[in-house]
Design a protein around this ligand. Structure first.
Ligand SMILES: Nc1ncnc2c1ncn2[C@@H]1O[C@H](COP(=O)(O)OP(=O)(O)OP(=O)(O)O)[C@@H](O)[C@H]1O
Ligand SMILES: [Mg+2]
Length: 289
């Protein structure tokens, strides 16, 4: 189902800091093909440590899944990788070069993000939602590109429907389409199938596989083991801000066992929706305006 080439991600977290010998200042050389790397990142909210000296290196052209229960730190990590926030400690590198939020314009243009809450404009039509985002991104050939994306996500026949009238799965597809408008190299999908039924989930999986076939690099978070297994070249299991384990799906399941992995996914915590305009601004950058 997935290409398990073993090269998707390599992870080092606080529990195994002794394995970091080859990392540190030479990290770029240690991972020559890494599209994006996070090294020893810590993020805190007040006294709460949401991410604890977490490292990940994502190879170009792979799908990497962050698997973890509610509150594990998935969105916190994703926000760092998307350049929406800065870690209190640690660094983020894009193609081996350190980047600090807000990321440089060329890096921002290479990133597309689907946030955990789709945050569509319910009263606007599907086409208007895409057109608005295309304007914010400064997408060229706006009208034609919106048409292409509508085809891609299979919503051409619903272009005139309001976003609020779409099914949950269609709304997720629209959110994905919005992130694809500027044809980014790197897609970040925070729980891409949250709250959709089985059929819609499989349709979304089809779109995510399409991304991989088109040489995109994908980082997705999920708290469904089957989703990570079905889609990802590498899975990183995160809990309480730390890496629990990582590997390619088949190897990981063989080593850890389905039951043990699933037990890692049982925990609950509240989540906060991001403001979409803020997300666009951060990705696009104030200097583009
Ligand atoms: N803006 C914030 N202010 C305060 N605490 C936060 C904030 N963002 C995250 N946290 C805390 O950081 C921890 C990690 O949260 P995060 O949203 O990254 O988890 P998650 O793995 O994405 O969870 P979920 O599956 O519920 O989306 C949680 O304890 C959460 O309460
Ligand atoms: Mg989250």
């Amino acid at each position: 189902m997935c290409a398990h080439d073993g090269g998707g991600a390599s992870i080092r977290g606080a529990p195994e800091s002794s394995t970091r010998a080859a990392h540190g200042a030479g990290a770029a050389a240690a991972h020559p093909q890494a599209l994006i790397e996070v090294e020893e990142a810590t993020q805190r909210f007040g006294t709460r440590v949401a991410l604890d000296r977490f490292s990940i290196s994502i190879q170009e052209g792979t799908i990497v899944g962050i698997l973890g229960p509610n509150g594990a730190g998935k969105t916190t990590l994703i926000n760092l990788v998307a350049g929406l926030s800065r870690p209190v400690q640690g660094v983020v590198r894009w193609r081996g070069k350190q980047v600090v939020s807000p990321f440089p314009r060329d890096v921002r243009r290479s990133i597309g993000m689907v946030t955990q809450q789709t945050a569509l404009y319910d009263e606007l039509t599907v086409r208007q939602n895409l057109g608005f985002a295309a304007d914010l991104y400064g997408v060229e050939r706006r009208k034609a590109r919106v048409g292409e994306v509508l085809e891609l996500i299979g919503l051409s026949d619903r272009a005139k429907s309001t976003a609020g009238s779409l099914s949950g799965g269609m709304q997720r597809r629209l959110a994905l389409g919005r992130a694809l408008l500027h044809d980014p190299q790197f897609l970040i999908l925070d729980e891409p199938t949250l709250g959709v039924d089985v059929e819609a989930r499989h349709a979304l999986w089809g779109h995510i596989r399409w991304l991989r076939r088109n040489a995109k690099t994908v980082l997705l978070s999920t708290n469904h083991l089957d989703e990570a297994e079905a889609l990802c070249d590498r899975i990183v299991v995160l809990r309480e801000g730390r890496r629990v384990t990582e590997g390619d799906p088949a190897e990981l399941l063989a080593r850890t066992g389905t039951a043990a992995l699933e037990s890692e996914l049982v925990q609950s915590v509240r989540v906060r929706p991001p403001d979409m305009v803020e997300v666009f601004r951060a990705l696009k950058g104030a200097d583009d305006a």
